[in-house]
Design a protein around this ligand. Structure first.
Ligand SMILES: C[S@@+](CC[C@H](N)C(=O)[O-])C[C@H]1O[C@@H](n2cnc3c(N)ncnc32)[C@H](O)[C@@H]1O
Length: 385
């Protein structure tokens, strides 16, 4: 496919996404209907679509319309390319640029590619980092791997990856983190990945687990386990009696196979109360996902004030449910991949007001400015009587 044909394909996919289809589904449907497209074409169209979704507001302004065509016009103008070079109308190229498609410079929240309603909250949460974080959220996220120390060392993992044409280097956020600098698309078919030596996991996500006081023999619950990224990271750090729970058990579907690949043991449970008490509980709570909008740019535009209020209530309910399940001296760890104070520090303050027998032991905050996703971690302990 020519660059212009790839641009036309991205326009079609974006139109479907803008009318409500999830990006992954729209890309899969396009791929199935476009057997002529090779893997290079598919990757290129995918990158065009995701880049446009990350920068949806600013590209729509620059391109003169919030349509697939407007976003691609905006993308070209943002990159300093005259759209007329691709929009020729020849072959599979998009039709030439019309008079009413001049676009304009984006302003305020539009230029930051943030929703207007969230700007005050993000400003309050990020202070002087706001513009830099917004800029980071407009970029592609790096690919990070977690070295499974049960299977080998960081040096061994780097060598194994290199032998398969994947270059990765240690990252400062966590002792297990590698950032892939070349060959990222080969990771999931590599022997290093299939043998459980490395897992795909954001570096800040790894740093959250590294900050937990895990020790051999502990009884640990991962209460919002999802696909089990943090469950497996915890299992690799100490010999634990480890339990995984999720309100949507289907999300843990792949966890047993992933645990086998990683060489660790995890017990899935639908009833954590029956297994209490625990020495440590991690609640990697449902949240706005604002810290990971580089990976899920649709989430940035889908969040509403009403949805955010619902999320806060779920976070409070999770903390209140888990507090009684801890053994004396146990740690309740609350994490989100949110940048919003209202989902982070404010939830902890509210919990401590409702539960005066508890105190904050430590708090960590990560933003994309340190390389990984935005994350928050608070560790709570009960005060001694
Ligand atoms: C941020 S994701 C977890 C990601 C996962 N820990 C990881 O590292 O891959 C939040 C998870 O919480 C689950 N969840 C939502 N409400 C819950 C609740 N009330 N109790 C337990 N889990 C819940 C969701 O189904 C989702 O899988």
């Amino acid at each position: 496919m020519t660059p212009a044909a790839r641009c036309s394909a991205a326009i079609d996919v974006l139109d479907r996404v803008l009318s409500g289809t999830p990006a992954e589904q729209a890309l899969t449907n396009w791929g199935r209907a476009s057997r002529f497209a090779g893997s290079g074409d598919r990757n290129a169209v995918r990158d065009l679509v995701y880049d446009a979704l990350r920068c949806r507001r600013s590209y729509a302004a620059l391109g003169g319309a919030e349509t697939g065509r407007g976003l691609m016009l905006g993308a070209l103008r943002a990159a300093g390319t005259d759209p007329a070079t691709l929009f020729t109308g020849e072959g599979h190229a998009p039709p030439p640029v019309a008079e009413g498609e001049a676009g304009r410079a984006p302003e305020a929240a539009e230029a930051l590619d943030l929703p207007d309603w969230l700007l005050p909250q993000l400003t309050g949460s990020l202070g002087e980092d706001l513009a830099a974080v917004a800029h980071a959220l407009r970029q592609r996220a790096p690919v990070f791997l977690r070295v499974n120390l049960r299977r080998g060392t960081v040096v061994q993992a780097m060598a194994a990856l290199q032998a398969e044409g994947i270059t990765a280097q240690p990252h400062t956020l966590a002792d297990t983190a590698l950032m892939v600098t070349d060959g990222a698309r080969k990771v999931q078919t590599s022997q290093a990945y299939l043998s459980g030596l490395v897992e795909l996991q954001d570096a800040a996500s790894q740093a959250v687990v590294a900050a937990l006081p895990l020790r051999d023999g502990m009884r640990v619950l991962d209460h919002c386990a999802g696909g089990g990224g943090k469950t497996l990271a915890m299992a690799a750090r100490a010999q634990l009696s480890l339990f995984a729970h999720d309100a949507a058990p289907a999300r843990m579907r792949d966890l047993p196979a992933r645990a086998t690949r990683a060489g660790v043991r995890v017990t899935l449970t639908g009833a954590p109360e029956t297994l209490a008490p625990f020495d440590l509980i991690l609640a990697d709570a449902p949240c706005s996902g604002s810290g990971s909008w580089r990976r899920d740019p649709q989430g940035k535009w889908a969040l509403t004030p009403e949805r955010l209020v619902q999320i806060l209530a779920v976070q409070d309910a999770i903390l209140d449910r888990l507090a009684p399940l801890l053994a004396p001296g146990g740690v309740l760890a609350f994490a989100t991949c949110s940048l919003l104070r209202v989902e982070n520090e404010d939830r902890i303050t509210a919990f401590l007001l409702r539960n005066p027998a508890w105190q904050l032991h430590s708090e960590h905050r990560f933003t994309p400015l340190t390389g990984g996703d935005g994350f928050f971690l608070a560790q709570l302990v009960q005060t001694q009587a």
